[in-house]
Design a protein around this ligand. Structure first.
Ligand SMILES: Nc1nc2c(c(=O)[nH]1)N[C@H]1C(S)=C(S)[C@@H](COP(=O)(O)OP(=O)(O)OC[C@H]3O[C@@H](n4cnc5c(=O)[nH]c(N)nc54)[C@H](O)[C@@H]3O)O[C@H]1N2
Ligand SMILES: Nc1nc2c(c(=O)[nH]1)N[C@H]1C(S)=C(S)[C@@H](COP(=O)(O)OP(=O)(O)OC[C@H]3O[C@@H](n4cnc5c(=O)[nH]c(N)nc54)[C@H](O)[C@@H]3O)O[C@H]1N2
Ligand SMILES: [Mo]
Length: 761
């Protein structure tokens, strides 16, 4: 029998407090908010000492996002309000001890809000929730490792285990983690990327031969046009606003393409510039394209049609570096403008005028994030955006290129060092050479398939390197069932979250060191390495005293599990504990296994680290099957909501980090409190006979499945008609597990069809 824990946060029973969206981002309010979060969580000295080390040479990498730092200099404080919140959240001086778990059963804890769970502080010692028990109780590290190894080694088949990874994990820990999984005999390595930029990786690999972006930070200063598509940098990548502001100073125009006018794209006051702080701020975007949710593919098709029709393409670049142009050109010579206008919500005239700007721009950068990657047709949309770049030759030269803006601070690095459910033959070959590990060549489960396997009883041990799979994934109720069906769930974590409460029959919390903390091993203090959104690998070293002396580093925990497994079932030539004594030894094996890491240990000690090779950017080499960059054509697709249905996107508020909720405020959007809200166009509100403040029920519609979620407060907001917005993770119970992007299998978190009806109470 599973414990009756709540898989979703409790329903808020007070209406939201709303006001007007802010007119500028950052500025004094951001500084005040930073200080408030820093001081209340880690005390004044703790917050100043941790913030002074973030993103500095010799300091630690900001756990906030993957936006890069300048190569050659660091400003007084290379951090932002939301990075500071992420740091303060980890560096908090509040702690969860064994007494806490004695006091609260998991059922009681599951009745608390996500904000409350996170605010209890750092996890400090390993805990076991034993079969049939309601409370976690203390367990030693050794017993934890033995328990995991016992459960793993009694499985009928290694593919009944899942090794999940979230994107904060260092290269060293991630590399060992995937070695452990593959050595144990499975490629079941789902990761947060599967829910995030998988569509970008999939589309780009096929189009240009690398699943990463092709720009450097310095390119922003020589770009003439920057498109920011489906991204909210003011909240999620605030340091990007500095790059956009500087790009403007150097002459770039900026166009934002988004259903919402996000505050960061309006105006920005640099927190380290006193003159900007006093004034009204620097305007960022020159033009806003108010696109419908999921209208981007139609929009870019319209754009590319105009470019082709007016012969505004780069014949030399296309001839030398691309394949498939003639077919593509023939396919888009005639387009259905009625279809394009109705899907995108943008008039033909406007698309034509933007096509003119694009054609006249010498060098274009296109940035995108979750507004593009989490739809049923994300891969097709991204390939259409790549086509725009190929038409103008905007790739592999100064000031131009593709820029998928990554989320988690090391999600790109984790992939580079082998976190991937795909059984890549050259990786498997290299791993065997460097470690003796024989990996099966069958692909493993991604996030969606891992959930299905657990649900169907085909996977029984779920191990997580960070993250909160329960709340981050679509279809929360099904994921809860999937977790409950497991024999063992184990979470290597820094902070308490809902997944620790919705578990398998047995469950372990394995508390680890965070980025900000000193990581001391027998040979001395260690640093770890990470890769940012632009392919720079650099070091990160914590300076704070660990939250508890029982914490182990992520790498040490993996070594502990691996050693216990090796004792039962030898799998490699490695002495795992010896590797962890000195992380240089782990990096030496990474160097022998992963291309691009030659002289890893010496190059990563250089001030700003080193760039990994990026063939399209470095010398216009495209490692695709054709040896060229591919034009790809797909028919325009869209969602087809019925008369009374809306297209819903699930987005982040200003005061959350993915499933970690800091507060109920979404300052830039004018929401002062309340997360269980639906933002809807005022005309739609009126036409549905509803009123702002009404309590409504949401029902999502997918094929013949309906999912219900009660009691959301209606908020009038400037969003296109027919579209609504809610926050994740609250709205995840409405997203069907089977609703995923074609190709990448990413849950369609931004393409959910919903009905909105008034609550009866
Ligand atoms: N403070 C903070 N920083 C973070 C995170 C966090 O939660 N908090 N999360 C990190 C992670 S893992 C990630 S992946 C990134 C996420 O960074 P973002 O992608 O900026 O995050 P979302 O809130 O999902 O925002 C999506 C944006 O896309 C727009 N949008 C939605 N649908 C569409 C569409 O169909 N077309 C277009 N053109 N736009 C659309 C929305 O209006 C919104 O502005 O941020 C990272 N950084
Ligand atoms: N509806 C909807 N769903 C979404 C999205 C969306 O836009 N809409 N976005 C998706 C995206 S882009 C992503 S990336 C996923 C995020 O999915 P995840 O990465 O799984 O979730 P997080 O909320 O980032 O994980 C937070 C937990 O990680 C642990 N943690 C924090 N720091 C560390 C560390 O340094 N080490 C270890 N070991 N643990 C740590 C803490 O215990 C914390 O509670 O969510 C996805 N889900
Ligand atoms: Mo993400």
């Amino acid at each position: 029998m599973s414990r009756e824990t709540n898989e979703t946060p409790p329903i808020e029973d007070t209406p939201p407090i709303t006001g007007k969206p802010s007119s500028s981002a950052a500025g004094a309010t951001a500084i005040l908010s930073t200080i408030k979060h820093g001081i209340t969580r880690s005390g004044i000295t703790g917050s100043i000492s941790s913030l002074s080390k973030v993103n500095k040479f010799g300091g630690f990498d900001c756990p906030g996002c993957a936006w890069p730092d300048p190569d050659d200099h660091r400003t007084i404080a290379e951090f932002c309000e939301n990075g500071a919140k992420a740091v303060a959240d980890e560096a908090t001086n509040k702690k969860i001890t064994a007494n806490f778990f004695e006091k609260y059963s998991v059922v009681e804890l599951s009745l608390k809000s996500d904000e409350w769970l996170n605010s209890q502080g750092r996890l400090t010692s390993p805990m076991l929730l034993d079969e049939g028990m309601d409370n976690y109780t203390p367990i030693s590290w050794k017993e934890s490792f033995e328990l995991i190894a016992d459960e793993l080694c009694t499985l009928e088949n290694p593919n009944q285990s899942i090794f999940y990874t979230s994107g904060r994990t260092s290269n060293e820990a991630a590399f060992l983690w995937q070695l452990l999984a593959r050595g144990f005999g499975t490629n079941n390595l789902p990761d947060c990327s599967n829910m995030c930029h998988e569509s970008s990786g999939f589309a780009l690999s096929d189009s240009i031969g690398i699943g990463k972006g092709t720009v450097k930070l310095e390119d922003f200063n020589s770009a003439s046009l920057i498109l920011v598509v489906g991204q909210n940098p003011g909240t999620n990548h605030p340091r990007m606003l500095t790059a956009l502001r500087d790009a403007k100073k150097h002459g770039a125009s900026i166009i934002s393409i988004n259903p919402l006018i996000e505050t960061g794209m309006k105006k920005f006051k640099h927190p380290q510039n006193p003159l900007e702080m006093l004034g009204s701020g620097k305007s960022i975007s020159d033009r806003h394209v108010r696109i419908n949710i999921n209208g981007d593919m139609a929009f870019f098709r319209g754009l590319n049609h105009c470019i082709v029709k007016n012969h505004n393409y780069d014949v030399n670049f296309i001839g030398e570096h691309t394949s498939g142009f003639e077919d593509y050109k023939a396919s888009i010579e005639n387009v259905d403008w009625v279809q394009i206008e109705s899907i995108s919500g943008i008039s033909r005239q406007e698309i034509e005028s933007i096509a003119k700007i694009v054609s006249e721009s010498k060098s274009i950068i296109t940035c995108w994030a979750m507004g593009i990657t989490q739809h049923h047709n994300s891969v097709e949309t991204i390939q259409e955006m790549v086509n725009t770049h190929l038409l103008g030759g905007h790739i592999g030269r100064k000031g131009a290129g593709l820029c998928p803006v990554r989320g988690h601070s090391n999600v790109q690095g984790d992939r580079t060092v082998g976190i991937n459910h795909i059984a890549n033959p050259s990786l498997i070959h290299n791993i065997q050479n460097s470690t003796g590990i024989q990996t099966p060549n069958k692909h493993g489960f991604d996030a969606v398939n891992a959930a299905r396997a657990m649900l169907e009883g085909n996977a029984k041990v779920y191990l997580a390197m960070g993250g909160n799979f329960l709340s981050a994934m679509s279809d929360t109720k099904l994921i809860a069932k999937a977790m409950n069906r497991c024999q063992l769930t184990a979470f290597i974590s820094t902070k308490l979250n809902r997944n620790h409460l919705v578990t398998g029959k047995k469950s372990l919390i394995l508390p680890c060191l965070g980025r900000t903390e000193v990581d001391e091993q027998t040979t001395g203090n260690q640093f770890v390495t990470v890769e940012n959104s632009m392919g720079i690998v650099h070091s990160s070293q914590g300076h704070m005293k660990p939250a508890s002396n029982e914490l182990l580093s992520e790498a040490a925990i993996v070594a502990g599990i691996a050693t216990a497994v090796e004792n039962r079932r030898p799998m490699s030539d490695l002495d795992w504990n010896n590797l962890v004594e000195d992380y240089d030894r782990i990096r030496d094996i990474i160097e022998q296994t992963i291309p691009g890491f030659n002289d890893y240990n010496s190059r990563v000690r250089a001030k700003a680290g080193f760039y990994l090779p990026n063939p399209p950017r470095d010398d216009l080499t495209f490692n695709t099957q054709t040896g060229k960059a591919n034009f790809r054509f797909h028919n325009i697709s869209s969602l087809s909501p019925e008369e009374n249905e809306y297209v819903m996107m699930t987005i982040r508020s200003h005061d959350q980090y993915n499933t970690t909720v800091y507060s109920g405020e979404d300052r830039y959007r004018g929401i002062k409190s309340g997360r269980r809200i639906v933002m809807m166009n005022p005309i739609d509100v009126k036409q549905s006979n509803l009123r702002a403040g009404d309590l409504v029920n949401l029902t999502s519609v997918f094929q013949d499945e309906l999912r219900h979620s009660p009691n959301w407060y209606l908020v009038e907001y400037d969003i296109p008609r027919g579209n609504v917005a809610t926050y994740f993770p609250e709205a995840n119970e409405l997203i069907p597990l089977n609703s995923t992007a074609s190709g990448s299998n990413t849950p369609t978190s931004k393409s959910v069809i919903v009905r909105v009806s008034k609550s009866q109470d």
